[in-house]
Design a protein around this ligand. Structure first.
Ligand SMILES: O=C(O)CCC(=O)C(=O)O
Ligand SMILES: [Fe+2]
Length: 308
């Protein structure tokens, strides 16, 4: 009756179940995105703080998006760009030692392929889950973010420790509000190959647990209660940023470890566009410092190796 991640099967009547049957569904359930979110889909998301919609994008669309991202990388590397609208890029190395952008911000401002894709009508029900008047913040927050986790020597971003996304609100002394993270997944990831891990249900924890349940970002050890959000290329996931989550690194090294995701900023608060003169938000300085240390360590190791 239910879809299990191992077989990646989907069942036509799954999405029309009564909401009261949510308890019967395994956490690995994969839903189908239709014209509206169904009661069972809403119940699942509300209960667990995340939901997976199977293959909302085709293989051809994924290829076109990937090509667009690589085009942006070529331009930004040629320009020697370090930031976009104040948001630092994460620039690491690929498996051949070439510069490789691992976190892009505001990509939809630099590619019509990306912009048109995220504005496509099929994603309307997801936008309305965030709010009836929610908009895609092309120029707000970090814009349309593309992450490329890669496990190679010299990587700047192969994983991410435990966190909630509410910490950013605290930096601004705002109350932590619901923040729905809508992600497109370009690659297959399974429990065994790394990827997103969530503590289901923790989006309903109090502020104290949000602050103290785990040390932010430094701890990336598996938790017995975590679940792996397994994805196929073209899947869309929504997770509540107030839930504890992390990204497990791939056990592979090199191109096989590549995990590409794209996160859409659906926003409902006052319009706050950014441009090239925008300041870097304070919390990004912590990340920049950490990446500088990582880079220095990597370069030192390379130099020592070269001397031997
Ligand atoms: O890579 C992911 O799927 C999640 C990334 C994430 O949690 C974040 O950037 O805050
Ligand atoms: Fe996050």
């Amino acid at each position: 009756m239910t879809a299990v991640a191992e077989s990646y099967a989907t069942t036509p009547d799954l999405d029309t179940l009564a909401a009261s049957r949510v308890e019967e569904l395994p956490l690995a359930t994969r839903f189908q995105l239709g014209a509206e979110l169904t009661p069972i889909q809403r119940a699942f998301f509300d209960k667990h703080g995340f939901i997976v919609f199977a293959q909302v994008a085709t293989a051809a669309e994924i290829d076109a998006l990937d090509l667009a991202v690589r085009g942006i990388q070529d331009r930004w590397l040629a320009e020697g760009r370090k930031k976009v609208f104040g948001i630092p890029l994460f620039v690491g190395r690929d498996h051949e030692g070439q510069p490789f952008i691992q976190r892009f911000a505001f990509t939809s401002c630099f590619s019509d392929v990306l912009r048109d894709f995220v504005l496509d009508a099929r994603f309307e029900p997801v936008r309305r889950l965030v709010g009836e008047d929610a908009r895609v913040g092309h120029r707000e927050k970090d814009g349309l973010v593309v992450n490329r986790n890669l496990n190679v020597p010299g990587t700047q971003y192969k994983s991410l420790g435990w966190h909630t996304d509410g910490l950013r609100d605290l930096f601004y002394l705002r109350q932590i509000g619901p923040q729905l993270n809508v992600g497109f997944h370009f690659d297959k990831t399974t429990k065994a190959t790394g990827g997103l891990r969530i503590l289901p249900g923790t989006h309903k924890q109090g502020i104290w647990k949000t602050l103290t349940h785990k040390p932010y970002f430094v701890d990336n050890t598996p938790d017995p209660a975590e679940i792996a959000v397994e994805t196929m290329p073209g899947d869309l996931t929504v997770h509540d940023g107030r839930a504890w989550h992390r990204v497990e690194p791939s056990p592979f090294v090199g191109p096989e470890s590549l995990r590409r995701t794209m996160y859409v900023p659906y926003l409902t608060d006052a319009y706050q566009p950014k441009d090239e003169s925008s300041k870097t938000p304070p919390y990004h300085y912590l990340g920049m410092a950490a990446r500088r240390v990582k880079r220095a360590r990597f370069e030192l190791r390379e130099r020592l190796k070269a001397r031997r």
